[in-house]
Design a protein around this ligand. Structure first.
Ligand code: GLN
Length: 482
């Protein structure tokens, strides 16, 4: 299967070699051929995509995403197009409005082709918590694509779309990007509007791109960033031209390596690949400095109090009255009970129960308040570290992709997938995952973190590494038993 970057597609449109409708048709054909095996999409909007692409035919190619087909994670609302968050409770939900990111991409001329699979309400690390279907890793169909944005990651990896958006609350863009051998970027909290993103944990959620190259990630980030009056947490920072200046190299850039990083559970192959990636940056003139993040060891525990607490409150709105599914019942209480029992999957229920407990009177101080205090300490660790360095390099996930079913019975093991990604969400800082090799034939990623609103430096370091790493990610052959 041939794969294309955003940049290549726009260049071909500019040269007049193809029309937007031809690209859309090609991409749809590619999805038809590959997605039976991968299961990346929950719905493909063939008609809408073709109509929209046709309307662009003959128009001048303006901007960097004009005519480019793309996909959205199914927790990003699209007016008139079903948006389920991969939950039974929203199975037939058709939003009356589109998320700001979808509007922005539409006005940039990008063409939405479909909505991608995910863990229900973005809770999970394998996409196995989808109420509808599993998604398979294009590099090995017996393995998970990571999660929760596994559908978006797999769609880009398999060449079904040149880019897709996901959401990252504790690692849900970066971890699946690492598992699927693509680039995944979580912007600074507040950089991209969350308006129209189905809320999981509002103080952590952030939308970002999956792409094949760092440069494409910069282009998509620029298109979706910016202040939005509909999202009170979006920040009024100027939107930079992130793709400019990518080529300035890393000479003199201070790259932090974490001396007290948790190594329990870290696959030796991943460790080695990440060390090599850091050596590549060093070889290009970056200065490696040691930094300490002493409280990051508590990040997973902290996250699993704060995120469920916020989720328990955000998910209270699915009561059978205002949204989506409603169960039949004789009394109101019974209706609530049945709607939520039938509508939510196991993991979502687990989070609601944990979150409600952590917030309940008598436990609030012991759990929720302490978690908030720990969050501050974790953020302060980063503030101190970034006095000594410009970016921090570390693994994205501790292991390569695991097998379908392998971690389903062990939620704690599943939660540990995010040990290296969660700290950035708690601190609100940007992070990217870039493929840094294959371990046992499976892609792994190096994660680069930066200061809040300094995506530019993160992208510059990631791009330099990508140019110098000395290998191309092989295109997955989509072989396996599925
Ligand atoms: N895997 C983490 C969780 O289940 C993170 C998910 C996410 O970033 N949306 O909460």
């Amino acid at each position: 299967m041939s794969v294309h970057t955003v940049k290549e597609i726009v260049a071909s449109l500019r040269r007049g070699e193809a029309k937007p409708s031809e690209w859309a048709a090609r991409i749809l054909e590619c999805i038809r051929r590959a997605d039976g095996r991968v299961g990346a999409f929950l719905h493909v909007d063939e008609e809408g995509a073709l109509a929209r692409a046709k309307s662009l035919d003959g128009q001048p190619v303006e901007g960097t995403l004009f005519g480019v087909p793309y996909a959205l994670k199914d927790n990003i609302c699209t007016a008139g197009l079903r948006t389920t968050a991969a939950s039974r409770i929203l199975e037939n939900y058709v939003p009356p409005y589109s998320a700001t990111v979808a509007d922005k991409l539409a006005s940039a001329g990008a063409v939405l082709v479909g909505k991608t699979n995910m863990d229900e309400f973005a809770m999970g690390s394998s996409t196995e918590n989808s109420a509808f279907q599993p998604t398979r890793n294009p590099y090995d169909l017996e393995r998970v694509p990571g999660g929760s944005s596994g559908g978006s990651a797999a769609a880009v990896a398999a060449g079904m779309v040149p880019f897709a958006l996901g959401s990252d609350t504790g690692g849900s863009i970066r971890q699946p990007a690492a598992f699927c051998g693509v680039v995944g970027l979580k912007p600074t909290y507040g950089r991209v509007s969350r308006y129209g993103l189905i809320a999981f944990a509002s103080s952590l959620d952030q939308i970002g791109p999956f792409t094949r190259t760092v440069e494409d990630a910069a282009l998509v980030l620029e298109a979706i960033s910016g202040f939005d009056p509909h999202d009170s947490t979006s920040v009024d920072e100027p939107v930079e031209r992130f793709a400019d200046g990518l080529d300035t190299g890393v000479r003199g850039l201070r790259v932090g390596v974490v001396t007290d990083i948790q190594e329990e559970g870290l696959h030796p192959g991943v460790k080695q690949a990440v060390e090599q990636a850091i050596a590549v940056l060093q070889g290009a003139g970056a200065e490696v400095v040691e930094v300490s993040l002493p409280h990051s060891r508590y990040a997973v525990a902290t996250y699993y109090l704060i995120a469920p607490a916020e989720a328990s409150s955000n998910l209270a709105r699915y009561d059978g009255v205002r949204y989506g599914r409603r169960a039949d019942a004789d009394t109101l209480l019974e209706m609530y009970e049945r709607t939520r029992s039938e509508g939510f999957g196991m993991e979502v229920k687990r989070r609601i129960i944990i979150g409600t407990y952590a917030l309940s009177s008598g436990y609030y101080d012991a759990y929720y308040r302490r978690a908030q205090q720990m969050r501050t300490l974790i953020r302060q660790d980063f503030d101190r570290a970034f006095e000594r360095c410009d970016v921090i390099a570390l693994p994205t996930a501790p292991t390569p992709a695991f097998k379908l079913g392998e971690q389903l019975d062990d939620p704690l093991q599943m939660y540990l997938n995010d040990m290296y990604t969660i700290p950035a969400n708690l601190a609100g800082i940007p992070g990217i995952s870039v493929p840094c090799g294959l371990v046992e034939g499976l892609p792994v990623g190096v994660q680069i973190l930066g200061r809040a609103f300094d995506e530019q430096t993160v992208l510059r370091a990631a791009h330099a590494y990508e140019q110098l790493r000395g290998f191309e990610m092989p295109v997955p052959a989509l072989e396996g038993s599925a």
